[in-house]
Design a protein around this ligand. Structure first.
Ligand SMILES: C=C(O[C@@H]1C=C(C(=O)O)C=C[C@H]1O)C(=O)O
Length: 96
């Protein structure tokens, strides 16, 4: 590979690695908070999932994605993927 191309690829991949690290840290913080929500819900016998809240989040994230020029379908799929995992955690907390 041409040395200039290799240097540019390395530079771009360094940025990707930084952003991936930021995403992991953000997700870890999000899960710490959703765990607290799960404990609160279990203590008050509230259901693990809240479809109304999820619908609001999807509508909001789709709007934000469009503004950011990110595919809103992707944003919705990503949120659903994360929320499904959160709800699994909440079910486990509620089961004790
Ligand atoms: C975290 C909550 O529990 C669930 C998970 C959500 C999420 O990860 O954002 C949203 C709604 C709920 O289905 C909540 O009710 O706020």
């Amino acid at each position: 590979m041409d040395e200039e191309v290799a240097a540019e690829l390395r530079r771009l991949r360094d940025s990707i690695d930084n952003m991936d690290a930021a995403l992991i840290h953000l997700l870890a913080e999000r899960f710490k908070i959703t765990q607290q929500v799960g404990v609160l819900k279990a203590a008050h016998e509230l259901p693990p999932a809240d479809p109304q809240r999820e619908a609001q989040q999807i509508a909001r994230l789709r709007r934000l994605a469009e503004e950011a020029k990110l595919d809103p379908e992707f944003a919705e799929k990503f949120l659903n993927f994360v929320v499904a995992e959160v709800v699994r955690h909440h079910e486990r907390i509620a089961a004790g």
